[in-house]
Ligand binder design. Structure first.
Ligand SMILES: [Mg+2]
Length: 347
């Protein structure tokens, strides 16, 4: 199996601001695998150093090791066996890239979309949230109005940035009463701050708050103290034992953090067995990561709108999966779908 790895830098329209920092140029790693019969599969690593604790250099190094192992393997060897040891050692975004490429390849060999290989009998459009990226009241209000006009039923706003109450009041006023508002604190608060702030923000009408605090016991404490707002694990969901015992209502799962489609389906099974509701999101993925999540969503059937409408945040690149009426269509072509490779090489 021949493997090629390319580092791509994709510029965002505006710096993406969260409680953890600002990001303007998003590094993504494109993986291209080709089997002995000439079938090609594509995958992508989307590491966020702040989120995964893994930087892009670690991912490139791991993918180079993978390239050497796969190139040296006999053509008839199964990649699951050849890569078992590599997978145990490699950072999860690198594992995700190879997993995605192998699903794409398998779908192309079979002439089937990946969602069918995952056992889904149909692929309904996936309900997604609109991400309010603006950190100021006027910008947030404008974006909330745009989301409402475009038919989104859920908007998501970052909190823990200062002026949360003022900005969320502006969002509610512009979004109207029907649209649900999801918060994401990216673990910015202590337990005490989370409890006080969420009590204060509850009257705005909150769907869920993602990662108010880091840590399972901390999340359990906030959930007990603020029963009026559902909480979701995000960063904390990657920790050991996070999915085995339920500490709050929901969990947000990501392709890059779960090690690809295979890891995401496994995480979903474990989370649901513990009683969690599940939804999916991107880590500012490129179209291959978004496509992988859309195929996975057809099998998972998420319980809440997914954070997959993030391709519009990139500048100078056409979104291959534009949301319509707050939903994104699952690709129907073979593998992960067609028409994505050019996105990584604009112009
Ligand atoms: Mg989050």
């Amino acid at each position: 199996m021949n493997v090629e790895v390319d580092l791509v830098s994709a510029r965002l329209r505006a710096p993406f601001v969260s409680a953890r920092g600002r990001l303007q140029d998003r590094p993504l790693v494109l993986v291209h695998v080709e089997d002995a019969d000439g079938f090609v599969g594509l995958g992508e690593a989307a590491p966020l150093a702040e989120y995964h604790g893994v930087n892009v250099e670690d991912v490139l190094e791991a993918l180079e090791a993978c390239r050497i192992v796969l190139n040296a393997a006999p053509p008839a060897a199964r990649h699951e066996n050849v890569l078992a040891e590599w997978r145990r050692m490699a950072p999860v975004p690198a594992v995700a890239a190879i997993d995605m490429a192998m699903w794409d390849l398998e779908g192309r060999r079979a002439g089937q979309p990946v969602w069918r290989l995952l056992g889904a009998s149909a692929a309904e459009p996936v309900e997604v949230n609109y991400t309010i990226a603006a950190a100021d009241r006027a910008g947030a209000s404008r974006q909330a109005a745009e989301a409402r006009g475009a038919g989104f039923r859920c908007v998501k706003a970052k909190v823990g940035l200062g002026d949360d109450a003022g900005r969320l009041a502006a969002v509610r006023a512009a979004a109207g009463p029907e649209v649900t508002i999801r918060l994401d604190a990216n673990g910015a608060w202590s337990v005490e701050e989370a409890v006080a702030t969420l009590h204060a923000l509850a009257p705005v009408g909150i769907e869920l708050c993602e990662e108010p605090v880091h840590g399972l016991e901390q999340t359990r404490s906030v959930a007990a103290a603020v029963p009026e707002i559902g909480l979701a694990l995000d960063e904390t969901a990657s920790g050991a034992g996070a999915l085995e015992n339920r500490v709050c209502r929901a969990v947000c799962l990501k392709i890059a953090a779960c090690g690809g489609i295979t890891g995401l389906l496994d995480a979903t099974r474990r989370a649901r067995a513990a009683g969690y509701e599940v939804y999916l999101a991107s880590t500012l993925d490129g179209p291959l990561g978004i496509a992988a999540a859309l195929h996975a969503a057809a099998a998972v059937r998420p319980d809440h709108p997914c954070g997959l409408a993030t391709l519009g945040l990139f500048a100078g690149r056409e979104d291959p999966f534009p949301p319509r009426g707050g939903r994104i269509e699952v690709p129907t072509g073979a593998g992960l779908g067609d028409g994505m490779a050019d996105w990584y090489r604009p112009e």
